[in-house]
Write a protein that binds this ligand. Structure first.
Ligand code: FE2
Length: 342
């Protein structure tokens, strides 16, 4: 990540004199400066130059799209929505301010701006952007860790991707909202992140675990939960990491939660996790066929280990979609680190 300057500012204005004045001010403050003279050029400059903040003129009567529309487009694109945008406007009417807020602007400055105010806002918003970038990279590290754990165990190859796919498909079927679906996708990769602390001798043991080893293995839920604790962007994922081995009858781990006390996303991931484990070959057991695994899920629901309604939904889904177990891995699945940028 580059921070050789205080940051990179894009100045957008159709008036060359304004561009000149803002650019000089920003350069004086130690920022690198990009400029654009209309809305279309501004969007191109964002895509090519990745600015840390945009000073955006609202009225650009020379044609094309205005500042509100530029703002709206950037804020609706996951790749650019975290770039702070300050609308610079001669407009003081309340309705224009409301329009700016609706377009997703982070701040406003009246034209001509008070220099001290402009400097203070730019500094504070670029600082905020830097924190966001750092958070983003911390999250990427955790997500990569999920894939690293999978890589330690050749028998689980593709497990994370399949789980992300199955869980989001089931979540979509249940009518969950976008945030919940993103959490399920992330949960597919992160649910077992705590296994990073489980020794190879236990994690990769080619036979059944002893009771002591099983207790140690169970700790992966709590360890993973603690690993994700500091990341607010993983707020919705943390319950999945901690509770994906709970059972409706209270015989699961680590907290022996019962029934509805188990978070919904954890219940969903638990069903697809078991399905994938059953349809995967292990050193000590062959892979079940998809129909055998689905029937086993049904039996486990009868025992009180799974939620019956979720199992039945998953059976309908798997039957309709033709889920067939671990091979081949679906190559069309979006690479996680791109999809997860919110
Ligand atoms: Fe697990």
């Amino acid at each position: 990540m580059r921070y050789t300057t205080a940051g990179k500012i894009l100045v957008v204005d159709d008036e060359p004199l304004n561009v000149e004045v803002f650019s000089r001010l920003m350069l004086r403050l130690g920022y690198e400066v990009l400029t654009a003279s209309n809305g279309e050029l501004a969007l191109e400059s964002v895509a090519a130059g990745h600015p840390d903040l945009i000073l955006l003129d609202v009225n650009m009567p020379s044609g094309g799209i205005d500042g509100f529309e530029v703002c709206r487009r950037l804020k609706s694109d996951p790749k650019t929505r975290l770039i702070p945008i300050v609308l610079i406007t001669g407009l003081t009417a309340m309705e224009d301010r409301i329009k700016g807020i609706e377009a997703g602007a982070d701040d406003f400055l009246a034209k001509p701006p008070v220099i001290a105010e402009l400097e203070a806002r730019v500094r504070s918003l670029t600082r905020l952007k830097r924190y966001t970038d750092e958070l983003d990279s911390a999250e990427s590290v955790i997500l990569s860790l999920g894939l690293t754990i999978e890589a330690r165990d050749p028998y689980t190859q593709g497990h994370c991707q399949r789980l992300a796919k199955y869980a989001t498909a089931l979540g979509t079927r249940l009518g969950l909202d976008d945030d919940q679906l993103v959490a399920l996708h992330r949960g597919g990769f992160l649910h077992d992140v705590g296994k990073v602390a489980i020794p190879d001798a236990v994690l990769l043991k080619p036979g059944r675990l002893t009771p002591a080893e099983y207790v140690l293995m169970q700790q992966h839920t709590v360890i993973g939960f603690n690993l994700c604790k500091e990341l607010r962007s993983l707020d919705d994922v943390r319950p999945i990491v901690r509770h994906h081995h709970e059972r409706p009858d209270g015989t699961g781990y680590p907290d022996q939660l019962k029934g509805e006390a188990i978070p919904l996303l954890a219940r969903i991931l638990s069903v697809v996790d078991v399905y994938d484990a059953l349809t995967t070959k292990r050193p000590y057991k062959p892979a079940m066929t998809s129909p055998q695994a689905l029937e086993t899920l049904r039996e486990e629901a009868r025992k009180g280990w799974r939620f019956e309604s979720l199992v039945e939904e998953f059976i309908s889904l798997a039957t309709e979609e033709g889920f067939g177990g671990p091979t081949p891995v679906d190559a069309s699945i979006t690479p996680p680190l791109q999809l997860w940028r919110k």
